[in-house]
Design a protein around this ligand. Structure first.
Ligand SMILES: [Zn+2]
Length: 214
């Protein structure tokens, strides 16, 4: 009888430990669903559908992770980009006295919906290689240029990072070059939510890759 109770106690303790671990590893439950089209002038690698699916999984995992939340909470951005926006798909949250946007506000905005459906339109941009793609506030369609879509060097990770950057635009944050003069902050990636989120996603994936978690 005592032996059975001992086993039962052990099992309960293990279950509690698993529960604590699971809660730590995942703080949100975000699912990206990403479909794509390829423009007739654009080309993608032969396994691209699988690579994008992998990017979709990576992105869902990062957005659901405690690492992402913790990193975002430590940020502060100089971005009044959306102060004039009339778009309604996001709440405009910033510190009225400093004009700065706390990382928590960006994080909350990014994870506001647990199911995120995106369409990636792959296009050819001629010889231009200055930009990887583009997107607009509240439109869940991303334009991605094909020149950098080569399988070598962890394309799924680079795609996840790129889509995180563009998704930050979709949730209302613009670059310095799209903002009125009085709000400009210069091209400092650290001050810019889209670059900031892309970098954080990239760093987390690098770290997980090093630790063989992905
Ligand atoms: Zn951008």
């Amino acid at each position: 009888m005592m032996k059975k109770l001992g086993w039962l106690l052990l099992i309960i303790l293990v279950l509690i430990a698993i529960n604590i671990f699971a809660k730590r590893a995942s703080v949100a439950n975000i699912h990206f669903k990403i479909s794509f089209t390829v423009d007739e002038k654009a080309t993608v690698p032969s396994q691209f559908a699988d690579t994008l699916k992998k990017a979709q999984q990576l992105l869902s995992r990062v957005f659901s992770s405690s690492e992402f939340k913790e990193a975002m909470y430590q940020q502060s951005y100089n971005d009044s980009a959306y102060s004039k926006s009339k778009k309604k798909c996001f709440d405009v949250v910033f510190d009225q006295s400093t004009g700065r946007i706390p990382g928590k506000a960006v994080y909350d905005n990014l994870i506001a919906d647990s199911n995120i459906n995106l369409l990636v339109n792959i296009k050819n941009n001629g010889t231009k290689k200055g930009t990887m793609g583009s997107s607009n506030a509240c439109n869940y369609t991303i334009t991605t240029y094909d020149y950098w879509l080569v399988e070598k060097g962890e394309l799924a990770q680079r795609l996840a990072r790129h889509i995180a950057h563009e998704f930050t635009h979709i949730r209302g944050y613009r670059h310095d070059n799209k903002v009125e003069k009085t709000y400009k902050w210069g091209h400092q990636p650290k001050e810019d939510p889209a670059y900031g989120v892309g970098n954080i996603v990239g760093e987390i994936l690098k770290d997980w890759s090093k630790k063989s978690k992905i």
